[in-house]
Structure formats: structure tokens, C-alpha cells
Design a protein around this ligand. Structure first.
Ligand code: ATP
Ligand code: MG
Length: 273
């Protein structure tokens, strides 16, 4: 069997990042069956590392997921994080802000959901919407949008300085792929609930969204909170890459089970009553 070697470093964005350089259908010519086996192992390992993180209670992990409609954010969350202990893993979806949220700064509603020590938080959409949809529609002035990249970097650095590892992932699909996904949703009655006619209007702004994504990713891929742009048209490959990134990040954080506050030799298991 061929050696299995996944390279995700190539998807890490820097200040010169170009979306056009990413092939949304890329699978690195990996074998799907082998990938599924690795993915299954990753899910089990993730469960172990989450338990360590929770037991250690010193660090936390924030995974930010962004994508265009129908690119697969929901199913990625279900597949990659679905087996984790819900006690230590929270998923937050950020929809259009409420009146109250709009009467505060854009990070106000976000900060409250940053993960506490020992926990993993997954953001399904995030503070990046405020430099994406808000920019595309001109709902904030260009000057304010410009300052927001700096606000975001400072906010993420604050979280990082307090023990939060941050991993930001864009699931990248093409405009044609999105159309096929919308058509599939309309063909299947049990998928109609996932179709929102408003998504077709947003689709009309595709190029503006791609510009806004590219700028946000360039400006906000920092050493303390890197952006990865993952080819997401092949679900098995998308799941594999996201699971590997999260797993390797947790391993790098290297959480340790805490030392017991008692001497285990004082309590031989068969002697306690
Ligand atoms: P689904 O896959 O179920 O469609 P979704 O994340 O697209 O999930 P929706 O309720 O369809 O959820 O859409 C949420 C909408 O809220 C998106 O169009 C997004 O752009 C918008 N939104 C999120 N944050 C903001 C924000 N800060 N300002 C304005 N709009 C926002
Ligand atoms: Mg939607």
C-alpha cells in the first residue's frame, strides 16, 4: 500500500496569500479508503486529547470556521467534533447580530463565547463576518473595516496571551460547486430546510466575498492565530485535513493530566471501603 502523507502546511496563509492559488477540489492524490481509516483514527485520538485538555484545565482551543453558504461547515463540525465529550466542547453559530449586539462593538458578542480553560470552542461563523458580509454590503465605513483587521489581531492576541490556541479554517469551494449543492438541496425534500432563497442573492456577490476573504486572511493570518484555507469539495479530504489540523494542534499544546493532590500509595485500590 502507498505511504500516506498529508501536507496541510501548504494551506497555511501568509500576507501574500492568493485564493486563486488554491484548488478547491484538491485531494493531494490521496487514497479515499486510506484517508477514511486515518480519519477514524484521528477521531479516536481527538477524544483522548480532549480529555487531557479538560483534565489539565490550563489551556483552551478555539477553532474558527468560515465558508460561503453550502460549503459544508455544519457537516464538518458534525463529522470532526461529533464524538467529543460535550462537557468540554461547545459549538457557537454566529448569525446576523441582534439589536442589542449591534448596539455594542463587534467583538462584544464574540468574547463571551471564547473557550474557558480546558475547553474547545468551535465558531460556526465568527467575528470575521464583520469584515466579510459587512464589508461586501457596505454596512460599515471603509475606514472602520480597515481598523477592524487590527482590532481582530489584537483581540486574538489577547486570547492567545491568556492560554487560548487559535486555529482558523476557511472551507473553500468554487462558485459552481455551491450551485450544485443548492440544486441538490432543492431536489431533496428533506434538505429543503437547508435552502434559503436569500443565499442566492449572496451568491450574486461571490467575487466581492472572495476579495473580502482574501484580504481578511492576508491581514489576519498571524503567528498566534493562523488561517488555513482548505480545499473542501471532496468531503472525505476536507474532514481528513480539518481533523488532522485540530489533532496536531492539540498534540502540540501537549496538555498533561494533573499530578494528584494525594499520594496514590496511601490508597491501594483494594484497601478502600
Ligand atoms: P446554514 O448552513 O444553516 O445556512 P448559516 O451559518 O449560513 O448556516 P444562516 O442563519 O443561514 O446560518 O446565516 C447566518 C447569516 O448571518 C449569514 O448570512 C451571515 O453572513 C450573517 N451574519 C453573521 N454574522 C454577521 C454579522 N456580524 N453581521 C451581519 N451579518 C452576519
Ligand atoms: Mg445560510
Amino acid at each position: 500500500m502507498a505511504a500516506f502523507s498529508l501536507d496541510y502546511d501548504r494551506y497555511r496563509a501568509d500576507a501574500n496569500f492568493r485564493l486563486a492559488d488554491v484548488d478547491p477540489a484538491d485531494t493531494q492524490k490521496l487514497d479515499e479508503d486510506q484517508a477514511d481509516d486515518v480519519f477514524d483514527d484521528n477521531r479516536k485520538e481527538l477524544d483522548d486529547w480532549q480529555e487531557r485538555l479538560y483534565a489539565e484545565d490550563k489551556q483552551s482551543l478555539l477553532v474558527v470556521l468560515q465558508a460561503m453558504d453550502a460549503a459544508g461547515k455544519d457537516s464538518t463540525i458534525r463529522k470532526v467534533f461529533g464524538d467529543l465529550n460535550p462537557q468540554g466542547c461547545r459549538v457557537w453559530g454566529f448569525k446576523a447580530p441582534s439589536k442589542e449586539e449591534l448596539s455594542h462593538d463587534f467583538l462584544w458578542r464574540i468574547h463571551d463565547h471564547a473557550p474557558q480553560k480546558g475547553n474547545i470552542a468551535v465558531f460556526n461563523r465568527s467575528h470575521y463576518e464583520d469584515v466579510l458580509v459587512v464589508k461586501v454590503h457596505g454596512w460599515a465605513s471603509p475606514d472602520l473595516i480597515e481598523k477592524r483587521y487590527g482590532h481582530i489581531n489584537a483581540f486574538e492576541e489577547l486570547l492567545a496571551d491568556h492560554g487560548t490556541r487559535i486555529l482558523k479554517i476557511m472551507l473553500y469551494v468554487s462558485k459552481e460547486f455551491q450551485l450544485e449543492r443548492f440544486k441538490n438541496r432543492l431536489r431533496k425534500p428533506d434538505k429543503h430546510w437547508k435552502f434559503n432563497p436569500g443565499d442566492l442573492k449572496e451568491r450574486g456577490y461571490w467575487d466581492d466575498y472572495m476579495d473580502a476573504y482574501q484580504t481578511a486572511i492576508r491581514r489576519c493570518s498571524t503567528p498566534w492565530a493562523p488561517w488555513y484555507v482548505i480545499p473542501a469539495e471532496e468531503r472525505w479530504f476536507r474532514n481528513l485535513v480539518v481533523s488532522q489540523l485540530v489533532l496536531d494542534t492539540l498534540k502540540d499544546m501537549n496538555p498533561q493530566y494533573p499530578e494528584p493532590s494525594f499520594d496514590p500509595n496511601d490508597y491501594p485500590p483494594d484497601s478502600i471501603v
